[in-house]
Structure formats: C-alpha cells, structure tokens
Design a protein around this ligand. Structure first.
Ligand code: GRF
Length: 199
C-alpha cells in the first residue's frame, strides 16, 4: 500500500509519518509552496517531491485538476494532508472520498479554520487538542478518526499550546494512517468505526 503526503510548510507531521514505520510506502510528497521547508526534509530523506504552485494556474479548478493528476500518477491508497494550507474544491474532495485525510490542531468541531490555538485561548477552554478526520466538502468538518486532548495551562501562549498539541499530532497521525492501511476504519455517513481486529 502507499500514500501521498501534501504539505505547505515545515512538514513535522510529514516527518512523523516518515518515522513511524507504517505498513505503507510514502510514494511522494507534494507541496503547493515552493519554499516549504518540509520539501528539503523529504528530499534529503530520498523521497520524491513535487511542487505545484497555484500561481501557475488560472483558477482553483485547474490547480486541483493538476494536483489530482500528480497524485494519481502514484495510484496511492491514501492522500494525507499534513499542514496543507490550501482549500480543495468539491470535485477534488469527492474524487478522493474515503481516502483523503487531514490533521487539524483542535478538538473538532471546535475551532475549525485558521488560528485554532488563538481561538482556544480566547475562549478560555481548559482542554484543547488535535483531530485526524476524513476530508469532506466542508472545511474541517469530515468524519473523525482519532483525537487527542491536552490541558491548557494558565500561562499558555499560542506557541506553548501549539507545541503541546503538536506532540500529540505526531502521535495520532501515524496511528490513523496505520489503521487506514490495515483496513480497520469503516466510514459511514458522518462517523468512523475503528475495528479492534488486528489483521
Ligand atoms: C500542524 O499543527 C497541522 O495540524 C496544522 O498546521 C501545522 C503544520 O505543521 N494544520 P507541520 O507542517 O506538520 O510541521
């Protein structure tokens, strides 16, 4: 089995997937940002990388189409968004239904979208965390696969809170991919059943 990872930046979640000994091969890493530091990390570890710069395409549909072609060349079982900061159109999302997942640094459905740590601090929540979910048309609203919670400390800043959450991201993202690859995830309407059976 194989997966393709989509990034836009640092790529620490990508790195966690690379280091996790997954029962699947990482076929390629694709970035929409030519300057994403994660690209260099991937290259230096011998992974194939592709850059697709949205500025080279007339509109979202054209970019999404190119992205889909680049992905399909590898025929991956799974596409994993790892800090991929670009919205994907409905056509793209439905093409990869059930095999496109994302990690978001909040306990969804709380704090979707940008700056979830800032939102969490502003709301004064005492528990925050991260979520891996299947991607559907509505941003950050797809069926949830796994979540992890962290405590919010009184003196937290966006940075300290983000760092605490990130450690959990690096733990749960590989776990979710492992379950997917072992066929342990059953997706129905808006929920995911994780089977205990170990294949
Ligand atoms: C992570 O917190 C991810 O959940 C969010 O953006 C951050 C990306 O970090 N969407 P990295 O590129 O994986 O290091």
């Amino acid at each position: 089995k194989s997966l393709v990872i989509l990034i836009s930046g640092r790529g620490s979640n990508m790195q966690a997937l690379m280091e996790a000994n997954l029962p699947a091969r990482i076929a390629a890493v694709i970035s929409n940002k030519p300057e994403a530091p994660g690209l260099e990390t991937a290259r230096s570890r011998g992974y194939e990388t592709i850059v697709l710069d949205p500025r080279s395409y007339p509109d979202r549909e054209a970019f999404d189409q190119k992205l889909a072609e680049a992905i399909d060349a590898y025929a991956p079982d799974l596409v994993a968004l790892a800090g991929f900061m670009r919205l994907l159109g409905d056509n793209f999302v439905s093409r990869y239904k059930g095999r496109l997942i994302n990690i978001h640094p909040s306990l969804l459905p709380a704090f979707p979208g940008l700056h979830p740590h800032r939102q969490a601090l502003k709301e004064g929540v005492k528990v925050h965390g991260c979520t891996v979910h299947f991607v559907t048309a509505e941003t950050d609203r797809g069926p949830i696969i796994i979540q992890a919670a962290v405590q919010v400390m009184p003196d937290d800043t966006e940075e300290t809170l983000a760092a605490r959450v990130l450690r959990q991201e690096h733990r749960i993202y590989p776990e979710a991919v492992r379950w997917f690859m072992k066929d342990r995830l059953k997706l129905s309407d808006n929920s995911v059943e994780v089977s205990d059976a170990d294949f």
